[in-house]
Design a protein around this ligand. Structure first.
Ligand SMILES: NC(=O)c1ccc[n+]([C@@H]2O[C@H](COP(=O)([O-])OP(=O)(O)OC[C@H]3O[C@@H](n4cnc5c(N)ncnc54)[C@H](O)[C@@H]3O)[C@@H](O)[C@H]2O)c1
Length: 308
C-alpha cells in the first residue's frame, strides 16, 4: 500500500512516516519546509531508501500536486501540512487561510479525482476555542477564537462534505497538545516542553505566561501516529471525527516542576504577562478512540517526558 503524507517533514508527519516505513509500507512525502527542515527527511531516507519518496512542493501548487497524484498513485492520504500557528494566523489570516483552507481543498479535490481510498485530516482542539465545558468530545460545541481554529473547522466541514457528496472516505482528528521527540521549540502546542527541557537542562530558568495554572492535555506523538494509522485502516470509521487526547491534564507549572526534577535542579519559573488568545483549560474525552479505534494504550505523561 502507498501512503501520501503532506507535511511529512514536520513533527507529527515524520512520526507517521517513520511508523509506516518501519512496517514496510511505501510513503510518498510532500512538504515545502515552511516550518521544518531537511533533517526529518534525511532521517526517513535513512530508514528506507526504496520505500520513501519525497517531493519539495507547496500544497497551494495544484498543478505540481496533481503530477504527484497522477504519477505516484497513492492509495491513502494523511493531510498534515498546515500553518500550525494561532499567532501567525492572527497576524496574517489571508496567508494561513491559503494553506489551511485552500491547500486542504486541493488535497481533497485531487483525492476525489484520483480515487484515494481515505483521507485522514489533522484538525485541532483549537476548533473548540475557550468554550468552558470540559472534557471535549466530538459533539462539544465548536467556537474557535482564532483564524487558525476556523480554518481547521472549515477543513473538517470540507472533509464531511466530500464524504457526503462524492463518497470520498475522510476522518478528522482533533489533536490536543502533541509532544515528543523532534518537537519544534517554537510550536505553540507543546513547544513549551522543548523550551523547558532546553533551558532547564542548561541550568537556566524559563518564562511562564500568566499564572502557570492553565492546563493542557498532552498526548505523546507516537500514540498520535498510531491513532492516525488506525483511523486510516479501520473499516468502520469513515466520516468520523475524533478528539485525540489522553483525557488527563497537566498544568504548565506542573510541567516546569516535572522537568526541573528530571534534571535535579532548583529554579523558580519567570512569570510573564499572559498571552492573547491563550486557552485556559483543555481536556479531551477520548472514549470514542477507545471504543471505535480500540486504542487505549496512551503513554503516561511522565513516561513520555523521560523518553525525550
Ligand atoms: N503539534 C500539535 O500539538 C498539533 C495540535 C493540533 C493540530 N496540529 C496539526 O497537526 C498537523 C501537524 O502539526 P505539527 O505539529 O507536526 O506541525 P509542523 O509545523 O511540524 O508540521 C507542519 C508541516 O507542514 C509543512 N507545510 C506548511 N505549509 C506548507 C505548504 N504550503 N506546503 C507544504 N507543506 C507545508 C511545514 O513545513 C511542516 O513540515 C498540522 O496540521 C497542525 O495544525 C498539531
Amino acid at each position: 500500500m502507498k501512503f501520501l503524507i503532506t507535511g511529512v517533514a514536520g513533527f507529527i508527519g515524520s512520526h507517521i512516516a517513520e511508523e509506516l516505513l518501519k512496517n514496510g509500507e511505501k510513503v510518498i512525502g510532500i512538504d515545502n519546509f515552511y516550518s521544518s527542515s531537511r533533517s526529518n527527511i534525511e532521517l526517513l531516507n535513512n530508514l528506507s531508501k526504496d520505500n520513501f519518496v519525497f517531493y519539495a512542493v507547496d500544497i497551494r501548487d495544484f498543478d505540481k500536486l496533481e503530477i504527484i497524484f497522477a504519477e505516484e498513485k497513492p492509495d491513502y492520504v494523511f493531510h498534515l501540512a498546515a500553518v500550525a500557528s494561532v499567532q501567525k494566523s492572527i497576524e496574517d489570516p489571508v496567508f494561513s487561510n491559503s494553506v489551511n483552507v485552500l491547500g486542504t481543498l486541493y488535497i481533497l479535490e485531487l483525492s476525489k479525482k484520483y480515487n484515494i481510498k481515505r483521507v485522514v485530516f489533522s484538525s485541532s482542539a483549537a476548533v473548540y476555542g475557550d468554550e468552558p465545558n470540559l472534557p471535549k468530545n466530538e459533539n462539544s460545541k465548536t467556537a474557535p477564537i482564532s483564524p487558525y481554529g476556523y480554518e481547521k473547522l472549515i477543513g473538517e466541514y470540507y472533509m464531511n462534505i466530500y464524504n457526503k457528496l462524492y463518497g470520498l472516505e475522510t476522518v478528522s482528528l482533533r489533536y490536543f497538545n502533541v509532544y515528543g521527540e523532534r518537537q519544534d521549540p517554537s510550536s505553540e502546542y507543546s513547544g513549551v516542553i522543548s523550551i523547558f527541557e532546553d533551558r532547564l537542562k542548561r541550568g537556566e530558568t524559563a518564562n511562564i505566561y500568566g499564572d502557570g495554572l492553565q492546563n493542557r492535555d498532552f498526548v505523546y506523538v507516537k500514540d498520535v501516529a498510531q491513532i492516525n494509522i488506525l483511523s486510516m485502516l479501520n473499516k468502520n470509521v469513515a466520516g468520523e471525527i475524533f478528539a485525540v487526547g489522553t483525557g488527563k491534564t497537566t498544568t504548565i507549572l506542573d510541567l516546569f516542576n516535572i522537568i526541573k526534577n528530571k534534571y535535579n535542579i532548583n529554579l523558580e519559573p519567570n512569570f510573564v504577562k499572559a498571552r492573547n488568545g491563550d486557552i485556559r483549560e483543555s481536556r479531551a474525552d477520548n472514549s470514542k478512540i477507545i471504543n471505535l479505534l480500540n486504542f487505549d494504550n496512551f503513554t503516561e505523561f511522565k513516561t513520555g517526558i523521560l523518553k525525550l
